[in-house]
Design a protein. Structure first.
Length: 195
């Protein structure tokens, strides 16, 4: 099965993602045809594992349970446009505050996956805690008004805190309508194995 390890996205971020999408698509209707991630599939990927055996996943879950990382908080995200508004390939909600904790957590998760021979991500890629909202089929312009309205929605959410008490392991199945994610395990931070 295909698997990944991620942080859950709380309701406040889901609601923000919905408002950003509505802001963009209501001003620029052509954006409705782009590949928006279903709200139920939004997450912060810590490590992509690719195709793995069930027994390997069980071993990884056990390893992850021995974490010594305390729960932490991230501040609500900013809107990130890649590479620029004139040729957007992705829109992200990018978390702030608590980033060092999330980088440490991603490093721990990737270390566990790598030790198990399961890591598919590039080990040199710098981790940035984010939620991907949309991937465009090819770079396209985002109208100034749409970008300004979407950023306004994000700015209204500033000051909110997102707590990170656990990590989750998901399976991913690809179908005609896109991926379907199923939670396999929730691993609390500062897990029972940390002693």
């Amino acid at each position: 099965m295909r698997c990944f390890v991620a942080l859950d996205v709380p309701d406040a971020t889901l609601q923000l993602a919905q408002r950003v999408r509505a802001a963009v698509t209501s001003i620029d209707g052509d954006w409705q045809a782009e590949k928006w991630v279903d709200l139920g599939n939004l997450h912060v990927t810590l490590a992509f594992l690719g195709e793995v055996d069930d027994s390997d996943v069980s071993g990884l879950i056990t390893r992850l349970g021995f974490n010594a990382i305390r729960p932490f908080a991230l501040s609500m995200p900013s809107l990130w446009v890649h590479p620029d508004p004139n040729r957007v390939s992705m829109l992200w909600l990018r978390y702030g505050g608590g980033v060092a904790d999330s980088v440490n957590l991603a490093g721990f998760v990737r270390g566990c996956a790598s030790d198990s021979g399961m890591l598919q991500d590039s080990p040199v890629r710098r981790f940035v805690p984010h939620v991907t909202l949309v991937r465009t089929r090819k770079g396209r312009r985002l109208a100034d008004e749409a970008l300004s309205t979407a950023r306004g929605e994000v700015e209204r959410s500033q000051g909110q805190i997102v707590s990170v008490p656990s990590i989750k392991v998901f399976s991913s199945s690809l179908g005609r309508s896109g991926p379907t994610y199923k939670e396999i395990a929730t691993v609390p931070l500062l897990g029972s194995g940390s002693g």
